[in-house]
Design a protein around this ligand. Sequence first.
Ligand SMILES: [Mg+2]
Length: 169
Amino acid sequence: MILERFFPDLYISSVYELPLEQLRAMGIRGLVFDIDNTIAPFDVADPDEKLIAYFARLREMGFRLVILSNNNKERVSRFNAPLKTLAVYKAGKPGYKKMHLALAKLGLDPSEAALVGDQVFTDMWCGHRGGLYSIMTAPICNRDQLVTKVKRGLERQVMKVYFRRNGLK
Ligand SMILES: [Mg+2]
C-alpha cells in the first residue's frame, strides 16, 4: 500500500522517549535528528539545558549524532554550537544524499542509523528511502513555518491511518 512508505517504524511522543537500549540492541549506532519541532520549537534559536544534557548522555552511551535539517545555515549552526554534532543544513529531505554523506563521515552504514523527525513527507520518507530505521515524534509545538503548516493536513490523514492500524489512537 502506497501510504506505508510514509509510516514511521516507531512513533514516540518526544525524543526523550527514544528506546535507547532497544535501539542499541538492534545494532543502531547513529542517531540522525531533525531540528524544527523535533528537538526544539521551530522558532527557538538555541537548545535548552535538557537537550544539551541528553545529547551528552547519548554520546556516553556510544551513539554518534547527526543533526539533519532543511533549514538554513544560520539556524543550524547557531543551534548546533553548544551541541557540537556533525550538522547538515539545507539537507534536501526527503532526498537522502546529504544524510548518506554525513553517515559515511562517521563511518556508519545507513542500516546502523535511525532518523528521528516530526514530519511524514520529509523525515519519514527520507529515512525509509535512505535505508534508516525511521522514528517519528509528535511535533514539539503547534507553531509551524507556513510551508509546514500546509503539509500538516495531509500528514494528519496519513497518521490517522497509521494510528488506527497500530491501535494507538
Ligand atoms: Mg521538523
